[in-house]
Design a protein around this ligand. Structure first.
Ligand SMILES: [Zn+2]
Length: 616
């Protein structure tokens, strides 16, 4: 197809040489040597700090420790981001893979130093907390010190932690790898006549097909595959969740949720407000799902189904006869992003311009390059890079904006000491969602009614995942943790908990016979031992980004400065305090309701556009 060719040729590749000239360069080699030296120094220093010497100067000790940690974090952050960036555009390059492993190996002593640091800090707890209030050099680290002390208070003895770490490799981590291996190798025969097979990942991608029969066939085959591997999958999930429950109780956590709330740097009240706003929005999402069923023509004509969406329709493209969304060349993408960012904040527009000009973006799809998109930063270089696989569609323009939003976040925080540049997952998507929203609002404002129908549908499709599906995952995980305390769950029990969770969230928006009982086998997130409830932070990030955009609509141009300050502070305090300083109260329902109202307006408009389109 000629059109597609012209959009994807001449796409840029990124330039990583300003970070390090190459794996064989003197700069990279000496950074690695420096990293090994520093880690060894840290182990020695913290090892010798496991007792407080009489007359010790705690201020001097703490200043040295904080500086050492910052230097280590920044150097390892840069090295590992560089090795991964090289690898991600050349996954079959043995050299890149070797370097990735070498950096991982190199960072083991640094991790050990981290545990020793926390223990040494706990021995100096009172003095350190007092200094965090009174000493101007230490005060900026107050939150980070309190957080280290909190997690230290939930560590077992060093011997027990050591044993737990050792056993996890053949325990919870092994269960997690089993889920990964089984799901990445599972497949089924797609075409009986040719014997063509498809993997479960390929089958799941067919959910985006415009052909309903294709989607339904893929869904049925997929469910059959999960059924055939449900025993090892359930064993894996029981293994991971059982380990997490045991370790949490040994480490003195009341529940897995308590730890996740701390990792997310929020409060119980924040989570309760977020969840109740999500629950209150469910009827609105069910209206969206009903309108989508209508525009897809379900229950009419050839299709005499329930007139409701099935699971396999959730990602179905909504096509309006004869109208497709405009495509973008790379030059058009640059101009559009630069212009729309500038209209919000000229500094953000200039930043995007610089990223384009200085080859920060790798947009060209090619063999050996990973799929998807990401943004990474190199703390020592004070720079970021973006990887994406540009195809000229509006979604891929939106992806460029999303990733540049992450880079803008880094740009605003990069001059702080390393420990204060580390923000939790709840705040990690703020800047990206905000940037994406600038672009999608701009596109909507000049779209024709049929383009609008498709653009809004894309936005609501994403939103429905992040709110409705995420809520079902949250309910499910909570139920599993609870039930796992008293015994192992059978595959049937897991399926029934999943169907319950989907029933509570999608409700009458989905055909009850056509839900997805095996989503617990699909999502790798449930199988990460160190990170439970890897779901609500997505909803938080999405709604917080949109809530900020609402504020911008109300305040206009003056908001750009508040926004920059907020980004700069994301690593320095709890999410509750950071957002309070910017004038938001995330412990109250109102904030989340206001963010959800953006979706509410779009559902109203979607319903109107669907009515007009169906009547035509
Ligand atoms: Zn992102």
């Amino acid at each position: 197809m000629e059109g597609e060719m012209s959009e994807t040729k001449n796409l840029p590749q990124w330039d990583l040489t300003p970070i390090y000239p190459g794996f064989d360069s003197e700069e990279y080699g000496s950074a690695k040597r420096r990293a090994a030296d520093l880690a060894a120094q840290a182990i020695e220093f913290y090892g010798a700090s496991q007792r407080v010497q009489p007359g010790e100067d705690t201020e001097a000790w703490l200043l040295k420790a904080l500086a050492l940690n910052d230097e280590l974090g920044s150097l390892f952050g840069t090295l590992s981001a560089y090795a991964y960036a090289q690898y991600s555009t050349a996954t079959r390059d043995q050299k890149a893979l070797n370097e990735l492993n070498a950096i991982e190996e190199l960072s083991l002593p640094a991790k050990k130093a981290g545990i020793l640091f926390r223990n040494a800090l706990a021995l100096r707890k009172d003095a350190a907390l007092a200094l965090a209030q009174t000493n101007s050099k230490i005060a900026p680290y107050a939150f980070s010190i309190r957080e280290d002390l909190y997690f230290q208070s939930h560590q077992m003895s060093p011997e027990m932690e050591d044993l737990a770490e050792d056993l996890s490799r053949s325990g919870a981590d092994a269960w997690s790898r089993l889920q990964e291996t089984v799901s990445s190798n599972a497949g089924a025969v797609w075409d009986e006549s040719t014997g063509e097979r498809k993997t479960v990942i390929e089958l799941r991608n067919l959910a985006f097909s415009p052909d309903r029969q294709v989607r339904e066939k893929a869904y049925n085959l997929e469910l059959g595959i999960w059924k055939s591997v449900e025993i090892p999958m359930a064993a894996s999930l029981n293994g991971v969740k059982g380990t997490v429950n045991s370790l949490n109780s040994r480490r003195g956590y009341g529940s897995a949720l308590e730890k996740s709330i701390a990792q997310a740097r929020i409060s119980e009240k924040t989570l309760a407000a977020l969840v109740s706003a999500m629950e209150a929005s469910l009827p609105m999402w069910r209206r969206y799902l009903a309108a989508k069923a209508k525009v897809l023509g379900l229950g009419r004509g050839v299709d005499q189904g329930a007139g409701k969406l099935a699971w396999f329709d959730l990602f179905a493209p909504v096509e309006v006869a004869g109208v497709s969304l405009p495509t973008f060349t790379w030059a058009e993408t640059q101009a559009f992003v630069r212009e729309k960012f500038s209209s919000f904040d000229p500094a953000m527009g200039a930043f995007a311009e610089r990223a384009f000009r200085e080859s920060w973006i790798d947009a060209k799809p090619r063999e050996g390059k990973v799929g998807g998109a990401y943004c990474t930063d190199f703390p020592d270089a004070g720079a970021a890079r973006v990887l994406c696989n540009f195809d000229g569609s509006f979604s891929s323009v939106s992806t460029v904006a999303h990733e540049l939003g992450h880079a803008w976040h880094h740009e605003n925080i990069k001059d702080k000491p390393y420990a204060l540049t580390q923000y939790p997952m709840t705040l990690a998507e703020t800047a990206s969602i905000f940037a994406e929203t600038i672009i999608s609002e701009a596109a909507l404002s000049k779209a024709s009614p049929s383009e609008k129908l498709q653009l809004i549908e894309l936005h609501l499709q994403d939103g429905c995942q992040v709110i409705v599906d995420i809520l079902s995952r949250f309910y499910f995980e909570k139920a599993v943790f609870e039930a796992r305390k008293t015994g192992e769950l059978s595959p049937e029990q897991l399926c029934s908990l999943m169907l319950d969770a989907q029933g509570k969230t999608y409700g009458e928006g989905l055909d009850p016979e056509k839900r997805h009982p095996y989503m617990w086998a699909v999502k790798g997130h449930y199988y990460i031992p160190s990170l439970a409830y890897y779901n609500f932070p997505y909803a938080f990030g999405q709604l917080f980004g949109l809530g900020l955009y609402e504020r911008y609509r109300e305040e206009g141009a003056g908001f750009a400065k508040t926004y920059r300050e907020l980004l700069a502070a994301t690593g320095s305090a709890s999410a509750v305090d950071i957002t309070r300083a910017a004038g938001f109260d995330i412990e109250k329902r109102e904030f989340w309701d206001s963010a959800l109202s953006i979706f509410g307006r779009q559902v109203d408009e979607f319903e109107r556009l669907v009515e007009a389109n169906v009547r035509k």
